[in-house]
Write a protein that binds this ligand. Structure first.
Ligand SMILES: Cc1cc2nc3c(=O)[nH]c(=O)nc-3n(C[C@H](O)[C@H](O)[C@H](O)COP(=O)(O)OP(=O)(O)OC[C@H]3O[C@@H](n4cnc5c(N)ncnc54)[C@H](O)[C@@H]3O)c2cc1C
Length: 304
């Protein structure tokens, strides 16, 4: 188990010194020409510059500015699953549980759980169903989550998880949403990672798929030499089966974390019971990774 911030730190530290990194800089306009794109960039000081690039890659996450500028409005690609996800790094472990244990409390339409790490406090994760995701985002994260798990008094474990969330340095709360696109490239602009195919935390593998997808893109570009257009098209074709597989099983993956219907709740409880037996957990883990391997078979995702 690795924290996303540790993965990010490791990747950042591996960048060569010569890399030109500009913080607080946002693309405002992208105009394509036959062998490149002209990008107008705005910095935090409101200074704008226009520069030409051979290839523009939007790796700017689920709310990608590059996607909006080149491919169209979010409404065309971003699908709201009707659930919220809250997460935070807790400062302390959950009392009365060994720090290696993950805890999961589930009810219809809501789940509170922790993910244990070897060298830091657990991550607490909340997921709950909502009919008005935007209204949830307008609330303070800790208030939104507390309200979603009320109104009955909380038990001691849930209380600890809610307090751990409220007192964490940073509370993350967002809508569970998928990005679905048939084509991740247009001319000399391409999207990679969550910007292109956000799979939601329910399926997992988002960070791995972002890194593996970028690595496959570089390999494909290198193999195609100057023919950037064929390289992007080849990459798109090779990457899609894996992403489509993860997108197709979203309801199944979501139901393992948070049940939307009574039938799903029964299945989820059976699965939790099975997973608490070491031998059964091993068989389920093997079956899940076999399915992922099958989905990646033609994709050639070396890093995944
Ligand atoms: C709660 C939660 C749990 C998860 N658990 C897992 C897991 O267990 N395993 C897993 O593999 N994945 C997991 N994921 C998914 C994973 O975090 C994402 O899939 C992954 O981070 C996507 O990487 P990315 O680089 O494409 O996008 P992001 O990580 O979103 O990175 C995009 C970056 O672009 C930056 N950005 C945007 N616009 C600009 C701009 N104009 N200028 C500069 N920077 C900009 C953003 O600030 C951000 O840092 C989880 C996600 C969440 C929310």
């Amino acid at each position: 188990m690795l924290l996303r911030s540790d993965v990010e730190k490791a990747l950042f530290n591996a960048l060569p010194e010569s890399m030109d990194i500009r913080f607080s800089t946002t693309p405002e306009r992208i105009i394509q020409f036959s062998k490149g794109a002209e990008v107008t960039l705005a910095s935090a000081t409101d200074k704008t510059t226009t520069e030409r690039f051979d290839l523009v890659l939007g790796a700017d996450g689920v709310r990608s500015t590059v996607r909006r500028l080149v491919f169209g409005p979010d409404a065309n690609f971003v699908h709201n699953l009707g659930y919220m996800i809250g997460a935070a790094q807790m400062n302390t472990n959950v009392t009365s549980y060994p720090c290696s244990d993950s805890v999961m409390l589930t009810e219809l339409g809501r789940t509170a759980m922790t993910v244990a790490y070897a060298n830091c406090g657990p991550t607490v994760l909340f997921s709950y169903r909502t009919v008005d995701a935007q209204a949830e985002l307008n609330k303070r994260p800790s208030e939104a989550v507390q309200a979603a798990f009320g109104p009955k008094p909380f038990g001691h474990v849930l209380n600890e998880l809610l307090e751990g969330y409220a007192s964490a340095g940073h509370q993350w709360l967002d809508i569970a949403q998928q990005v679905r696109m048939k084509q991740w490239h247009y001319g000399r602009v391409a999207l990679v990672g969550d910007a292109a195919w956000c799979m939601t935390p329910y399926t997992g593998l988002g960070a791995s798929a972002s890194i593996a997808g970028a690595e496959l893109l570089v390999r494909t570009l290198t193999a195609h030499g100057d023919d950037v257009s064929s390289a992007l098209s080849d990459w798109n074709t090779r990457m899609h089966p894996f992403v489509d597989y993860q997108h197709r099983r979203i309801e199944q993956s979501r139901a393992l974390i948070v049940a939307g219907y009574r039938k799903e709740l029964i299945k989820q409880h059976m699965m939790i019971r099975l997973m608490s037996h070491q031998a059964a957990a091993k068989v389920i883990g093997q079956a899940m990774s076999r399915n992922t391997t099958l989905a990646t078979k033609h994709t050639d995702l070396g890093v995944l």
